[in-house]
Design a protein around this ligand. Structure first.
Ligand code: PMP
Length: 311
């Protein structure tokens, strides 16, 4: 079946959801977007969308920072997304990409007096960072964009040049992922993930004022750590050297989920294998996202009408 996209108010074949080369956002990166995962639960024959509302609330926050106007409310965005996944009859893990962008075909760098367009597409997505035994990171030579340059708390399309440069540098140098520092040299985040350290019996992660994207997976992990494991999270600025001396380290993100980090700049982290706290968090998180945990069912939006059980 040819996939459908939601494009400027209509469900259309993905092949027809195209933008003109003069489109403002194509030229200047003037858009914001989200990445949402759908998890297929084979036993229930159900698709669960993870924290859909929170993603759209963040999209609206991004749009306010940039000066974009979304044509839909959060409720409408959630219903449109469910409808798109249903129409596409997706029955495997998937990724949903809503994008709100300056759609005018004009030349001129600005954010005002331009038309705002909105679209969503879906695609299949398995593991993002293929590192089941843990990934190897480097500290990037690129610094994270600053709040007063391109605000990192908004998920800005153009801002991802910063992430792409860091990711390519890391991979061409033989690492799986980059860890970017802020301009003043503190630990910020991965190219598409937040970062956590385990230091003693606490989680430590950069605070929102450290130019991070305030991740939805990050918030979920903080909640799981507190409610299931009794582990508190300290949000503070982190020195680079603390990366090397941490007991455990992991990355969180919609695409990356919870990815353990076993090495940074060729130094083993902790014992050099996936740590016990990271493993426990992964187990609870993966049960939650796939709908195997009643406790976190409010995080999930089911797509299909449940089939009545056989009597
Ligand atoms: N930081 C960056 C730069 C990202 O691109 C992402 C992925 N959206 C994250 C952090 C993690 O955010 P989330 O858990 O909401 O996907």
């Amino acid at each position: 079946m040819d996939p459908l996209a939601y494009f400027r108010g209509n469900f259309v074949p993905l092949a027809d959801a195209n933008v003109n080369i003069m489109t403002h956002a194509f030229n200047y990166g003037t858009g914001c977007f989200e990445g949402i995962r759908g998890y297929w639960n084979e036993e229930e024959r159900q698709m669960y969308l993870f924290r859909l509302r929170e993603h759209y609330q963040r999209l609206i926050a991004s749009s306010r920072i940039l000066g974009l106007t979304c044509p839909h409310s959060v409720d409408e965005l959630c219903s449109i997304t469910v409808e798109l996944v249903r129409r596409n009859e997706l029955r495997e893990d998937c990724y949903i990409r809503p994008i709100l962008y300056k759609g005018s075909s004009v030349v001129g760098v600005r954010m005002h007096n331009l038309d705002d367009h909105f679209a969503i597409f879906t695609t299949a997505l398995g593991k993002y960072i293929d590192a089941s035994e843990g990934c190897r990171c480097c500290v990037s030579s690129y610094r994270r964009i600053d709040d007063n340059a391109i605000p990192a708390r908004a998920k800005v399309t153009g801002g991802y040049v910063n992430s792409a440069l860091a990711k390519t540098e890391a991979q061409l140098n033989g690492f799986d992922e980059a860890i970017l520092l802020t301009h003043d040299g503190h630990v910020c985040e991965g190219s598409g993930e937040n970062i956590f350290l385990v230091i003693g019996n606490a989680l430590v992660t950069p605070s929102p004022s450290e130019n991070i994207l305030i991740g939805i997976t990050r918030a979920s992990v903080i909640q799981i750590a507190r409610d299931d494991l009794g582990i508190s999270t300290i949000e503070r600025s982190i020195d680079r050297s603390e990366l090397y001396s941490a007991d455990e380290c992991f990355l969180t993100g919609t695409a990356a989920e919870i990815t353990p980090v076993i090495e940074i700049d060729r130094r083993p982290i902790g014992t050099g294998v996936i740590g016990p706290i990271t493993r426990k968090l992964q187990t609870i998180f993966f049960d939650a996202v796939r709908g195997r945990s009643r406790k976190y069912s409010e995080w999930l939006t089911p797509v299909y009408t449940p089939v009545a059980a056989d009597r």
